[in-house]
Design a protein around this ligand. Structure first.
Ligand code: ARG
Ligand code: ZN
Length: 447
């Protein structure tokens, strides 16, 4: 990972924005160095009315260097015990860091497990993409009789100890225990539902790699609707008694969309898909939480449903390794949200994309690759990013364009990518060297 430690340290020193070797310069405090989490096994007992969480997190980790101690991210929850490979370990909490001191140092390249017992009332943290707006927060929320999670780009540390940065992808198991009458929903495939005393326990397995910011857990008095796609992917739609019937049908349309997208860009990358609604009126956006997209009230229209589904290929399976390249998620989801409703109407698709393109030109929307966290969810990533793809399509033709998208989704499945990887792929697949100049202009040059 570190090609030349001296150079990297020198660079980190120049940036002087936080701890050396931060995973991403946008958020220097996110994540920790020295290791790679392979799997999170999370046992979460949730009392939704009181917003109490009792957690046991077992992490399987590979050490990248000798570790006399190491750190994890955890905010607002109290740790009561830690063990490493089954032996009691020392620990301390300061701010949003949990420091763990194993009984003896961990050797470089060793694989080990750490068990952390913790509890508390999870509290959302400030959204670092809107640092001046205290009403915008991230992580685990409590609303009326339920709880939910939206973490992009860094709220996961509010509900379990994690290496909470975008490049450390891992597999997950969630065991969510809730009072009877409630359901516990998480990422992955629901593999077990059992009764334990007066509680219900739901086991979810996310067996493909997932970045921490896509992890989610929802507890509410849900209704569930199920379906299965033509190619066999099970769908689960979790709604509440407030969800309009038409919205449930809207979420279930993901069944047709998934098959359509598979025809264009290749096999759906995960074992299951689903949607979960949040009734809390303060949530105003949907989020592509891996395999289980999260929707605010009233966002079940085809464009939003298609947008979050498209993210499963573009943004989740193929995820960004630097936040500044988020157009690789948002620009792609924008393209497909326009394509779905126009799938039988090429002229309508061109008209809609041209409208976006004209807006980007008129408003002089800046380059798709952004410079600051505040620009992450702006027109630059969504609309200029989407226009960059449309410009590519106009240049290489529809057929070659979809071949580029399919190659991208397949070649980098479960991996992390940068804008350069995309430009290289587009040049390679199209065999047209001038594509590099076109894309670089859309990605890096002023209006
Ligand atoms: N990724 C989400 C979407 O595509 C938007 C997330 C906005 N996040 C935020 N912290 N404002 O719809
Ligand atoms: Zn999006």
């Amino acid at each position: 990972m570190t090609p030349n430690l001296k150079v990297v340290l020198a660079l980190a020193g120049c940036l002087a924005a936080g701890p050396a070797l931060a995973a991403d310069p946008f958020f220097p405090s996110f994540g920790n160095k020295g290791y790679d989490v392979l799997n999170y096994d999370l046992d979460l007992d949730v009392a939704p009315a009181a917003n109490n969480l009792d957690g046991r997190a077992e992490l399987t980790i590979r050490a990248h260097q000798r570790l006399g101690s190491f750190r994890l991210d955890l905010a607002g929850l109290k740790v009561s015990a830690v063990s490493v490979d089954g032996k009691r370990a020392g620990f301390s909490q300061k701010g949003e860091k949990l420091t763990i001191v194993p009984p003896k140092p961990i050797a470089k390249d060793a694989k080990f497990t750490v068990l952390i017992v913790y509890a508390g009332k999870p509290t959302p943290i400030q959204d670092p993409t809107a640092p001046d707006d205290p009403s915008l927060t991230l992580g685990w929320f409590h609303y009326k009789r339920g709880t939910y999670v939206v973490s992009e780009p860094g709220g996961t540390l509010t509900f379990f100890p994690a290496n909470d940065e975008l490049t450390d992808k891992a597999t997950y198991k969630f065991t969510v225990t809730v009072p009877k009458g409630y359901a516990g929903v998480a990422n992955g495939l629901l593999t077990k539902t059992e009764t334990v005393g007066n509680k219900l326990r739901f086991t979810w397995q996310m067996r493909e790699p997932m970045t921490t910011w896509l992890a989610t857990v929802h507890v509410n008095k849900f209704k569930v609707s199920t379906a299965r796609t033509a190619s066999g992917t099970p769908l689960r739609v979790y709604t509440t008694d407030k969800t309009p019937k038409a919205d449930i049908a809207g979420y279930l349309d993901a069944k047709k969309m998934l098959t359509y997208f598979e025809g264009l860009v290749g096999k759906y990358p995960f074992e299951s898909y689903g949607s979960v609604v949040v009734d809390d009126p303060i949530l105003y956006y949907a989020l592509e939480t891996q395999t289980m997209s999260t929707f605010p009230l009233g966002a079940a229209d085809a464009a939003v449903v298609a947008h979050e589904l498209a993210h499963q290929w573009f943004g989740n399976s193929v995820s960004v390794s630097r936040w500044k390249d988020l157009w690789l998620a948002e620009g792609f989801a924008t393209y497909f949200e326009v394509l779905w409703p126009n799938r039988h109407d090429p002229a309508g698709f061109d008209a809609d994309m041209t409208e976006i393109y004209d807006y980007v030109v008129q408003e002089k929307i800046g380059p798709a690759v952004v410079e600051t966290p505040e620009q992450l969810f702006s027109d630059r990533t969504y609309l200029r990013g989407g226009s960059a793809l449309y410009a590519l399509q106009l240049k290489v033709g529809e057929k070659t364009f979809m071949k580029i998208m399919r190659t991208w989704a397949t070649k980098f499945r479960y991996h992390k990518v940068s804008s350069t990887d995309f430009v290289d792929t587009a040049v390679e697949v199209s065999g047209d060297k001038s594509v590099r100049k076109l894309l670089n202009a859309w990605l890096y040059e002023a209006a």
